[in-house]
Design a protein around this ligand. Structure first.
Ligand code: ADP
Ligand code: MG
Length: 699
C-alpha cells in the first residue's frame, strides 16, 4: 500500500534510516519534500556529438560502444584504482577514465552500448573524458533512461549520494506519488493565469519534456509558492483589521511643543510619514507600519515624535533596538531631547532604559515602574521581551533595525499591551514594489530624502599597496579637526586567512603610523561599559581615531566623525558596508569613506564597485539583493521567505504581483478558509507557517 505524500522519506523504497538522516540534513523530511527538492540546474543531453568532432575543454554527450576495458592499481599511490575504458562510434574512439570506483567495472563489458556525458580533456596527446556520467543503453528499461539522451536534472545532493542514485529516487517518487499531489489553486485561478496542474509541473520540473514545459512548470510552482505566502500575509492583514486597537489622541501640546523646539525643520518626507502614522494612531485599529529610510534619514526622530503622541494621550511606549550600545545611545539622546517636554498634567516625561546588563535590583525597580505606569517611554534591547516586563497600558511599540530580530521575536513585544500600535523601522530599504509584496501584511512609509545640508560622502577604493595613500587621507582629515574610524572584520588577526584584526592593529597604529594621534579601541568582546567609555571619549573628541569592528554597524552617531577606513572591505556584505559608511557624513563636514581591499572574487568586486558608485541606500539594497539573492538578503528567519524553495521574488516580480492579487481576492472571499476549495490551502499554510497559526487561523 502506498503511503501518504506527507510520510517520512524513509517510507520510500531504497531509503533506510541511515539515508533518511542524510536526507533530513538537507531539509528533506517527507516524500513531498523530496518531490519539492528541485533541480539546481539542467543539462541538455538530447544531442550526441560524433567522437571525431569532440572539442577539448567542452562538456559533451556521446553515444558509443565499449572496445576495451582496463582496470589497474596505481604504482605511485597505494589503493588508487583506475578504470580505463576505450569506447568508439563510427567516427572515432576516445578513452574514458574513472578513479577509485572499482564497482563500476561491471558496467563496461566489451560491446556494451553507453551514453557518456562529461568534459573532454587532453591527456598526454590523446583526448579523454574523466569520470563522465554514463548510461548503459541495454538496461534502459530498468533505469528509465534517466541520465542521458534527454534534459537531465542536476541536484544538490545529500552526503554520499550520486546524481544517478538521487535521480532514480526522484523518479520512483514521481511514479508512485504524483497522483497524490493535491491542487491548492482554484480552477479559475489556474485558468486565468494559464498555469499547469501540479502533477504536470512536478514531472516537468524534474524531467522536462522540453525547455518550454520546464519553464511553465517553473512558473506554476513559483506561482503556488508566492500564492501561499501572499495568502498568509493577506490573512494576517485581515485579522489585524478586525481587531480593535487604541484610538490615540493626536492633537496635543506635547508633540507640537517638541517639534517646534527642534533645532531643525522636519523634512517633507518626515512630515508626510508622520501624517500617515498619525492617521493610523487615531484610527481604532492597531497600526502595523514599516518605516523605511536610509541611515541618517531621520527615522528615529519620527519614532520619537510618535512616542510623544502616544504619551500625551496617557499611554506608554517602548522602543526596542538590537544592541545595548545603541539602546544607551538612543536613551541618552532622547532624554536630553525631552528635558523640557511635559505631559498635559505638567509632569516631566519619565524615560527608562532596560538592557540585560543592568543590575537585578535596579531592574526590579524599573519593572515595577513600568508596571505601575510611572515610566512613559522605555528604550531597551531584547531585555524588554522578558516575561517579568509588564506594562500598565502600552500604546505604541517601535522596533528599530527589524532585520536583527526574528519574526516571532518581533511579535512578542506588542503582546505586552492590548493591541498597541506598532512601528517597525529599517535602514535597509528596498524598492517599494518589492517591499509591498514581501511585507504585504504591513503598511509602508518611506523617507526618501536626507535632511537638508548633508554632504554626500566620497567613497574611494584602494589596494593594499596603496595603503599609505589611504593613511595620509585619514591624517589629513584629522589635521582638519575631523575624527576617523578604522574598521576591521575581526577582533583577533588570522594568519591562516591572512586578515588583520582590530586589537593588534590598534597597538601597531598607535605606536607607528598614528603615533601623534589619540586612538581608542572598541569591539564586541569588550564589556558594554568599556564600549561605552570608548564611545563617549570619541564623542567628546578626546580621541581622534576609533579602531573598531562591526559593532559600529548599527546606529553610532558622532557628527564630527568625517572619515572611515574599512580594511578587508571584501569581507563585508554590501548592506553592511553601507551601514558602516553611514557612521560618517552625519554632520557638517564633507566626509570620506575608504575601502581597502584586494579584489579577490567577482562578487567582492561587484560589492565594492557598488559602494563607490552609489550612495543611495535604496540603490545599494537593490544591488545587494541582486548579488546575494532574496534568501540570503532577508535572512531565512524572516517573512516566510523560507517557504520559497523555487520562487524568486526578484526575478519573478511580475508573477509575484499576480499571485498576490489572486491571493488577496481568494482570501477576501473566504477569510475563514472554511470552504471546500480552501481546505488544501489551509493545510499548506499551517504546514509552512506554523508560528502564525494562531494569528492567521483563529478568528
Ligand atoms: P535614522 O534613525 O534614520 O538613522 P536619525 O533620526 O538618527 O536617523 O537622524 C540622524 C541625525 O539627523 C540625528 O542627529 C538627527 O537629530 C538629525 N535629523 C533628523 N531629522 C533632521 C532634519 N529634518 N533636519 C536636520 N537634521 C535632522
Ligand atoms: Mg536609527
Amino acid at each position: 500500500m502506498k503511503t501518504d505524500i506527507l510520510a517520512p522519506v524513509q517510507y520510500l523504497k531504497g531509503i533506510g534510516p541511515k539515508k533518511a538522516r542524510l536526507f533530513n540534513k538537507i531539509g528533506i523530511k517527507t516524500i513531498e519534500d523530496l518531490l519539492c527538492h528541485f533541480p539546481r540546474r539542467y543539462e541538455d543531453r538530447t544531442n550526441f556529438t560524433a567522437i571525431s568532432k569532440l572539442k577539448e575543454g567542452e562538456t559533451q554527450t556521446i553515444k558509443a560502444q565499449v572496445l576495451a576495458r582496463n582496470v589497474r592499481e596505481s604504482f605511485h599511490r597505494r589503493g588508487l584504482c583506475i578504470i580505463e575504458v576505450a569506447v568508439a562510434d563510427e567516427s572515432g574512439k576516445i578513452f574514458c577514465v574513472w578513479f577509485n570506483q572499482p564497482f563500476l567495472k561491471e558496467y563496461f563489458k566489451v560491446g556494451t552500448s553507453l551514453i557518456l556525458y562529461g568534459k573532454v580533456e587532453r591527456y598526454n596527446d590523446r583526448l579523454q573524458m574523466n569520470s563522465p556520467e554514463f548510461e548503459v543503453l541495454d538496461s534502459e528499461e530498468e533505469t528509465g533512461g534517466l541520465d542521458a539522451g534527454r534534459i537531465v536534472p542536476v541536484y544538490s545532493l545529500p552526503d554520499g549520494l550520486t546524481q544517478r542514485a538521487f535521480r532514480k529516487l526522484i523518479k520512483y517518487a514521481l511514479d508512485n506519488y504524483l497522483p497524490k499531489v493535491g491542487e491548492c489553486l482554484d480552477y479559475d485561478i489556474r485558468l486565468r493565469n494559464n498555469l499547469l496542474n501540479p502533477a504536470q509541473s512536478l514531472l516537468n520540473i524534474h524531467y522536462p519534456e522540453s525547455i518550454d514545459l520546464q519553464r511553465r512548470a517553473y512558473e506554476r510552482l513559483s506561482f503556488e509558492e508566492f500564492f501561499i505566502f501572499q495568502a498568509a500575509l493577506a490573512l494576517r492583514k485581515l485579522r489585524r483589521k478586525e481587531k480593535k486597537g487604541i484610538r490615540h489622541n493626536i492633537e496635543g501640546k506635547l508633540e507640537a511643543d517638541f517639534v517646534s523646539s527642534l533645532p531643525f525643520k522636519l523634512t517633507q518626507d518626515q512630515e508626510e510619514v508622520l501624517l500617515e502614522i498619525k492617521s493610523d494612531m487615531a484610527a481604532p485599529r492597531a497600526m502595523q507600519r514599516l518605516l523605511q529610510g536610509d541611515v541618517g534619514s531621520g527615522k528615529t526622530e519620527v519614532a520619537l515624535i510618535s512616542c510623544l503622541i502616544c504619551i500625551q494621550g496617557g499611554y506608554q511606549s517602548a522602543i526596542m533596538v538590537p544592541t545595548e550600545v545603541l539602546a544607551r545611545q538612543h536613551y541618552e539622546r532622547i532624554k536630553s531631547q525631552c528635558l523640557k517636554a511635559t505631559k498635559p498634567q505638567g509632569d516631566a516625561i519619565n524615560i527608562a532604559l532596560l538592557v540585560s546588563s543592568i543590575e537585578d535590583k535596579e531592574k526590579k525597580n524599573i519593572y515595577r515602574q513600568i508596571a505601575e505606569g510611572a515610566v512613559d517611554l522605555v528604550v531597551g534591547t531584547h531585555a524588554l521581551l522578558e516575561e517579568r516586563v509588564e506594562f500598565k497600558n502600552l500604546g505604541l511599540v517601535v522596533i528599530d533595525e527589524q532585520h536583527k530580530f526574528g519574526v516571532s521575536q518581533r511579535a512578542l513585544l506588542p503582546k505586552k499591551g492590548l493591541n498597541p500600535d506598532v512601528l517597525i523601522m529599517t535602514a535597509t530599504p528596498i524598492p517599494r514594489t518589492l517591499a509591498i509584496t514581501i511585507y504585504g501584511d504591513l503598511d509602508i512609509s518611506v523617507i526618501h530624502s536626507l535632511p537638508l545640508g548633508r554632504k554626500p560622502i566620497t567613497t574611494l577604493h584602494f589596494k593594499y599597496q596603496e595603503k599609505q595613500k589611504a593613511y595620509s587621507i585619514v591624517k589629513e582629515e584629522l589635521l582638519k579637526g575631523g575624527q576617523a574610524y578604522i574598521v576591521y572584520p575581526v577582533i583577533e588577526e588570522s594568519f591562516a586567512l591572512d586578515i588583520l584584526g582590530a586589537k593588534k592593529m590598534f597597538e601597531e597604529l598607535k605606536r607607528h603610523e598614528f603615533k601623534d594621534f589619540r586612538l581608542g579601541l572598541i569591539h564586541g568582546k569588550l564589556k558594554t561599559p568599556e564600549q561605552e567609555a570608548a564611545m563617549l571619549k570619541f564623542k567628546n573628541k578626546e580621541l581622534d581615531i576609533l579602531i573598531s569592528t562591526t559593532v559600529l554597524e548599527v546606529g553610532i552617531d558622532v557628527a564630527n566623525a568625517s572619515c572611515m577606513a574599512i580594511e578587508h572591505a571584501e569581507r563585508f556584505g554590501l548592506s553592511q558596508l553601507h551601514q558602516l559608511r553611514g557612521r560618517v557624513g552625519r554632520g557638517e563636514r564633507q566626509s570620506v569613506c575608504i575601502l581597502l581591499s584586494e579584489l579577490e572574487s567577482e562578487e567582492a568586486n561587484n560589492r565594492i564597485n557598488a559602494m563607490v558608485k552609489y550612495s543611495d541606500g535604496f540603490r545599494i539594497a537593490e544591488e545587494d539583493l541582486r548579488i546575494r539573492g532574496p534568501g540570503e538578503f532577508f535572512g531565512q528567519r524572516q517573512h516566510g521567505l523560507s517557504g520559497l524553495r523555487i520562487a524568486n521574488p526578484l526575478s519573478q516580480l511580475r508573477l509575484l504581483k499576480r499571485a498576490r492579487e489572486e491571493a488577496i481576492r481568494f482570501v477576501s472571499k473566504d477569510p475563514q478558509l472554511g470552504l471546500r476549495q480552501s481546505m488544501l490551502l489551509k493545510e499548506k499554510l499551517l504546514q509552512r507557517f506554523p508560528e502564525y497559526e494562531k494569528l492567521m487561523l483563529v478568528g
